[in-house]
Unconditional design. Structure first.
Length: 133
């Protein structure tokens, strides 16, 4: 069971990380990533997703199952990592200073990625309002 190391590490990185951009962990066992069971039964899965909901610095997480040399992928974590690569920290932390045009351009650039567009609009719903500028 990997919960003993992943859960406390994720809790620390959830709020106390401003610089770490890449995290690599080699695990001897896997993490249950099946949607129907992982979110309710696996503490590591839940801790990693919760960490990434808040952590805007990490841009890459490599969870490697050493006995099979497999990379463990968690779709929700991958989504937040992608947002971080797009500059989520800048958009979330400097919300008031971010020019409207920069928000609009990112939405245009990501227009085929509905999840990203939804996330950005949920951060700043006023983008849906028409302006005279």
């Amino acid at each position: 069971d990997v919960d003993w190391i992943i859960v406390p590490l994720a809790q620390v990185l959830q709020h106390h990380n401003e610089t770490l951009q890449t995290l690599t962990l080699q695990l001897t066992t896997g993490i249950d990533c099946h949607p129907s069971t992982a979110s309710t039964h696996n503490l590591s899965y839940k801790a990693l997703v919760k960490m990434m909901e808040h952590n805007t610095s990490l841009k890459e997480i490599n969870l490697i199952r050493t006995d099979r040399q497999l990379r463990i992928r968690i779709p929700e974590v991958e989504f937040y990592l992608y947002l971080n690569k797009l500059g989520r920290k800048q958009f979330r932390d400097n919300f008031d200073e971010m020019p409207r045009q920069k928000w609009i351009q990112l939405i245009i650039d990501q227009r085929t990625n509905v999840a990203v567009v939804h996330y950005l609009l949920s951060l700043n719903p006023s983008l849906l309002l028409l302006t005279n500028s």
